[in-house]
Design a protein around this ligand. Structure first.
Ligand code: SAM
Length: 226
């Protein structure tokens, strides 16, 4: 086993030891898997979806975010559905990321900026940077926009960078979920190169709080549904 991975597994064991005595309703192997996921979560890589409306697209965003290690997705949505993802498309990944619906995108983004995040808006604009020119290893919010209207002008104003994925074909833009995957996987590539997936960002207390939900409260809710 590579040294980095061996050190990571040692951290997993330390956390599992610290969790002894907690009351969870999952098998030990499942708990280990959840701890591994949490130790790799990138708390400082946030996805912001501005009014993405199609449930297939939004579900695909969630699934990609989970795969890349994103913990928090913020979103605005002015449609009339109470749930904008489809569990068959997320393949369960909606359980492992936190979705925060917000009313005021600009206010939320300004707050995240104050917390030290750089704000990167994906925009098909002439003055946008090539998406690979940004350093995504910094605390980063990636904004993706509505299927028709894109990222709004007022949201783009808050951004530190606008980025574009070059298009060399006839189509003017990518599907929003594809564009999200391209950007988030660039962030993943950069973060992997810096060993960020082996350097846990969540504290033990944060891990305990999340596991209380994932490995206890959610299981009770699931059992009630059966
Ligand atoms: C279908 S596009 C929206 C197109 C819209 N007419 C516009 O001009 O922005 C939906 C979202 O996908 C993302 N996107 C799609 N293609 C992109 C590209 N080539 N570069 C950057 N973002 C892209 C952006 O977040 C965009 O807001």
């Amino acid at each position: 086993m590579e040294l980095k991975e061996a050190q990571f597994q040692q951290k997993v064991e330390e956390v599992l030891k610290a969790l002894e005595g907690e009351n969870y309703l999952v098998e030990p192997q499942r708990l280990k898997k959840l701890v591994e996921i949490l130790l790799r979560r990138q708390k400082d890589l946030v996805l912001f979806s501005e009014n993405v409306k199609n449930e297939h697209n939004f579900s695909a965003l969630i699934r990609t975010a989970d795969a890349v290690g994103v913990l928090n997705i913020y979103y605005t949505y002015d449609g009339n559905k109470t749930k904008i993802y489809n569990e068959h498309i997320t393949m369960g990944s909606h359980k492992w990321v936190f979705l925060h619906k917000v009313n005021n995108a600009v206010e939320t983004l300004k707050k995240l900026k104050e917390e030290g995040f750089q704000i990167v808006a994906t925009r098909l604009a002439e003055n946008s940077l090539h998406f690979r020119e940004v350093d995504y290893t910094k605390p980063t919010v990636v904004i993706v926009g509505n299927e028709l209207d894109g990222v709004s002008e007022e949201v783009a104003q808050v951004a530190d960078f606008n980025v574009v994925i070059p298009m060399y074909g006839m189509a003017q833009s990518l599907n929003v979920s594809v564009a999200t995957a391209v950007i988030l996987y660039e962030a993943q590539r950069q973060r992997e190169a810096k060993g960020m997936y082996e350097k846990p960002q969540l504290t033990l207390e944060e891990i305990k709080t999340i596991l209380r939900k994932w490995a206890y409260e959610d299981i009770i809710e699931d059992r009630k549904r059966v």
